[in-house]
Write a protein that binds this ligand. Structure first.
Ligand code: HGY
Ligand code: MN
Ligand code: MN
Ligand code: MN
Length: 411
């Protein structure tokens, strides 16, 4: 499909907006924007402005998600949600989540009010990444009605509680769960997102249909030995960091054998001094698999190996669960709508992909059907400043998302 100047201009607006959002960062060395921060407020204001330009009257929901609604053929019809997230990991790129929100705004600005048999609602979620308070998908879980009141007691690395951050943001910490939507008010949820993997690029495709999202589990493992002077003989040492090092290599081996992606992205030791044997070592484990059963079997094998290593080294083991999410299947009907959308852009046989990355769609699946469109990103690189997308792919993504909405409307 040859793209017109107008299609490319739409995509250029989206890329320019991604650049504008990227300036709202709490860090000077890369983008970082967390839930309920001043940067969160700033990007909501900016995106609200763009929603107004698209003819919407945006509002912020009880959890700090930014929403905008276009009525369908009569006022008050159930809504098809289009969205993704505006928060980022530390050292983020410009497109993870953000591209999906801006593509949704572009689609809604092309659709006349009163045209569709459902309303269209854009949602820009305030928390998907979960990097500030440890629990993840907070914005989307609030909308899905799975908010837990005890989350207001979670604290960030500066000791600020989620409740206090919500108050500073202008929200009522006791009413964050009021963002919940009635399932009867929803038709479904469509999310466009960069692939965050190399499969589309390898296949020479711009877009793909997501089939399912991986089951995930996040754990914190603490090994406890004895902090001692570095003059201590080997035979008397119980070095928690050596145990953790062996455990982490075992995690790699077991996870590779089982085909379950596993990442240890955080480690800390105590007392954390050059001339003291580490007495405790704490590390995170993010474990994923196409099925919850596969994920849990991998974890049981990992845990057995950690316990063996700890016993050999005379270490204690403690495990805390931080997050568990089941695998989510994209709804057949919305997969078909996305497939029709991609076909409309000229790809007769769209590639289907399983998502190892987590998405707001995982949380939204608790309240309505979900479907996802993946957009090629260079080298599959994400969660890094080098995230990059092609102008042409962004133009195709907007067309495909719009065509998917129309396909769902025509059902
Ligand atoms: O962790 C994830 O997969 C997502 O990018 N938040
Ligand atoms: Mn991410
Ligand atoms: Mn994302
Ligand atoms: Mn000494």
């Amino acid at each position: 499909m040859t793209l017109t100047t107008a299609q490319l201009a739409t995509a250029q607006v989206i890329l320019d907006r991604c650049d504008a959002l990227a300036t709202h960062s709490s860090s000077q060395t890369g983008i970082e924007r967390v839930y309920l921060s001043p940067e969160h407020r700033a990007v909501n204001e900016l995106a609200a402005e763009w929603m107004r330009e698209a003819g919407l009257a945006p509002w912020q929901d009880a959890a700090g998600n930014l929403c905008g609604r276009l009525e369908g053929s009569s006022p008050g019809l159930p809504a098809l949600l289009l969205g993704s997230h505006l928060d980022t990991v530390p050292g983020a790129g410009r497109y993870d989540g953000i591209l999906g929100v801006l593509a949704a705004i572009a689609v809604v600005s092309r659709v006349p009010a009163g045209e569709l048999p459902f309303a269209l609602e854009i949602v820009a979620f305030g928390d998907e990444e979960g990097t500030r308070f440890g629990a993840t998908l907070l914005g989307s879980r609030a909308l899905a009605g799975t908010w837990r009141p005890e989350w207001t007691g979670l604290v960030d690395k500066d000791g600020i509680s989620l409740g206090d951050a919500a108050t500073a943001f202008g929200l009522d910490p006791d009413r964050l769960g009021d963002a919940a939507r009635d399932p009867a008010s929803l038709v479904g949820y469509l999310e466009a997102h960069i692939e965050q993997g190399p499969l589309l690029e390898d296949a020479g495709r711009a877009l793909g249909v997501v089939t399912s999202i991986a089951a995930a589990r996040r754990l914190l493992v603490t090994l406890t030995g004895e902090a001692r002077h570095c003059a201590t003989p080997w035979i008397l040492r119980h070095d928690a960091l050596l145990g953790a090092s062996e455990a982490i290599l075992a995690i790699e081996r077991i996870a590779r054998e089982n085909g379950s992606p596993a990442t240890v992205g955080h480690i800390s030791v105590q007392p954390d001094a050059v001339n003291v044997i580490p007495g405790t070592a704490e590390f995170s484990l993010d474990l994923r698999d196409e099925s919850a059963e596969g994920r849990d079997l991998t974890w049981l094998a990992i845990l057995a190996e950690i316990e063996r290593i700890a016993a050999d080294r005379g270490l204690g083991v403690a495990v805390a669960e931080a997050h568990t999410a089941p695998a989510v299947q994209c709804a057949a009907e919305l997969r078909e709508a996305i497939r029709a959308g991609i076909r409309w852009t000229g790809d007769a046989d769209p590639l289907e992909l399983h998502s190892i990355a987590g998405h707001d769609a995982m949380a939204i699946a608790a309240v309505t059907e979900v479907g996802m469109l993946f957009v090629r990103c260079r080298g599959g690189i994400s969660h890094h400043a080098d995230e990059s997308v092609l102008l042409e792919d962004v133009a195709l993504a907007v067309d495909a998302l719009q065509a998917a909405v129309l396909a769902r409307a025509a059902r």
